[in-house]
Design a protein around this ligand. Structure first.
Ligand code: FAD
Ligand code: FES
Length: 255
């Protein structure tokens, strides 16, 4: 059930350059079901900025009624969010959208993430591992300074890192690593920039895949049409990324 709640901030720390890990506690955490769902955060009590910011859930701790997000402090809203401290409260709406279908993986899954699309793959990896699925993580970042959660992913399975400037791992994009890896997996899951999602789809046309789209959003609940995309079904068929997604099977969304 979607809730709006003033959640307690438990932890806020910078874990890479301009990348923050934020843990909150409250009833809403108990509503979390699928990895890849997101919340909509009001970053200030004033009228400006008016719109909430969509941020994915990176890990869920149901026992403690907590969940953690990882975000890049980039524009005005996320910079205001980075100023919050433990003990402050935060206006959160969620959980929103439909996440990654964990039951679709059979034995081995590739989890392919780019930049700030990496966080939801962490809870996904945890849940797939809990189901006995082997996960391989292929994660791309701008540079070494922007890399986060490498060890945490390594604890859950084989992990490969690409950086655009070559300062850590393989130089280039995640697709450079994919070209070198075997194709002995049954399902892939991906989240990141649209160009990366396109490249991943092209790389594995025969495989079952699920992609999470980070479209610009207004309401986050299907009411404002800010996030609509066309589908491959017909010229007039549209989906709302916020409420129909953000995760869709590969080959469905024209972005
Ligand atoms: C489903 C979903 C999950 C996301 N998960 C994460 C996450 O886990 N971590 C993270 O750092 N970022 C995530 N994003 C992107 C994040 O929402 C934007 O980067 C953030 O809203 C930018 O806000 P700002 O105040 O920094 O920028 P501003 O430029 O001030 O934002 C202006 C407006 O544009 C929207 N906007 C700007 N960039 C984006 C974008 N890339 N995607 C969607 N809306 C945007 C903002 O929500 C706001 O309404 C996610 C986006 C979506 C749609
Ligand atoms: S953001 Fe309003 S309909 Fe999707």
């Amino acid at each position: 059930m979607i809730k709006q709640e003033r959640m307690q901030i438990i932890k806020q720390q910078e874990i890479a350059k301009h990348i923050f890990e934020l843990t909150v506690q409250g009833e809403l955490a108990n509503e979390m079901a699928e990895p890849g769902q997101f919340v909509h955060i009001r970053v200030a009590d004033s009228f400006e900025p008016l719109l909430r910011r969509p941020i994915s859930v990176a890990s869920i701790d149901l026992e403690a009624s907590q969940f953690t997000m990882i975000y890049r402090a980039e524009g005005r809203g996320t910079q205001l969010l980075a100023e919050k401290r433990p003990g402050d409260t935060l206006d959160v709406l969620g959980p929103l959208g439909h996440g990654f279908p964990v039951e679709e993986a059979q034995k081995k899954a590739y989890l392919i993430g780019g930049g700030i699309g990496v966080p939801p793959l962490y809870e996904l990896a945890k849940q797939l591992n809990a189901r006995g699925i082997e996960t391989v993580h292929i994660l791309g970042f701008e540079s070494k300074q922007a890399v986060f959660y490498e060890d945490k992913f390594r604890d859950l399975g084989d992990t490969h890192i690409a950086t655009v400037d070559g300062s850590h791992g393989t130089q280039g994009f995640v697709t450079h690593i994919l070209n070198e890896l075997p194709t002995d997996f049954d399902t892939y899951y991906s989240c990141g920039p649209t160009a990366m999602l396109e490249a991943v789809q092209w790389a594995y046309p025969q495989k079952k895949g699920f992609l999470s789209y980070e479209q610009r959003m207004g309401c986050g609940i299907g009411a404002c049409f800010a996030c609509v995309c066309r589908t491959t079904k017909s010229e007039t068929d549209y989906i709302k990324v916020c409420s129909d997604g953000p995760v869709f099977p590969a080959g469905v969304v024209i972005s």
